[in-house]
Design a protein around this ligand. Structure first.
Ligand SMILES: [Zn+2]
Length: 171
């Protein structure tokens, strides 16, 4: 296994729609293992392929932070098929280090996709799990959490990113 480099905003790959995964081979399994390792090392609860510079529809997540094996999930070709309710809470992103903002998301989300072997997978989650699958599926669609902020919060976040870039703390 190997740690992968996490790309930061505004890397073009983060703003590009990911291509569907077609080959469920050892290469995919190795990539998913590396993505889990990279996510745990970085202290995140989710990591999508575009964040490691691969324009693919694929993400890994673990809302338990490594505490509960059942929550260690990889979703390939994810698609949100149902949402309901609303929650408003702090959100961060490994491609935006140091940026945290309140983001409105659905309270519940059902995601459909495939596991690393290509078997159909469906996940019905609420609260942090819903927030995570919505955030990571957005990455697969070339959408970053900045796009989900209110105009004021987005401007504030962009200013902070510029400051961090100037002081060399963003690269
Ligand atoms: Zn993210």
């Amino acid at each position: 296994m190997a740690l992968l480099e996490i790309v930061k905003y505004p890397a073009p790959v983060l703003l590009t729609v990911g291509k569907p995964v077609e080959n469920f081979d050892d290469e995919l399994k190795n990539l998913v293992a590396d993505m889990f390792e990279t996510m745990y090392e970085a202290g995140g609860v989710g990591l999508a392929a575009p964040q490691v510079n691969l324009s693919k529809r694929l993400f890994v997540m673990d809302c338990s932070g490594g505490e509960d094996e059942a929550q260690k999930i990889a979703v390939v070709n994810s698609e949100i098929i149902y949402v309901e309710g609303e929650q408003n809470g702090d959100e961060g992103c490994l491609s935006f280090p140091g940026i945290y903002q309140k983001i409105k998301r659905n309270l519940r989300a059902i995601v459909r996709g495939q596991d690393v072997s290509g078997n159909p997978l469906e996940l019905d989650g609420t609260e942090l799990t819903a927030r995570c699958v919505l955030h990571e599926t957005d990455h697969c669609d070339g959408i970053v959490f900045l796009d989900r902020m209110t105009v004021l919060k987005r401007e504030f976040a962009k200013r902070k990113i510029k400051q961090l870039q100037k002081t060399g703390k963003w690269e």
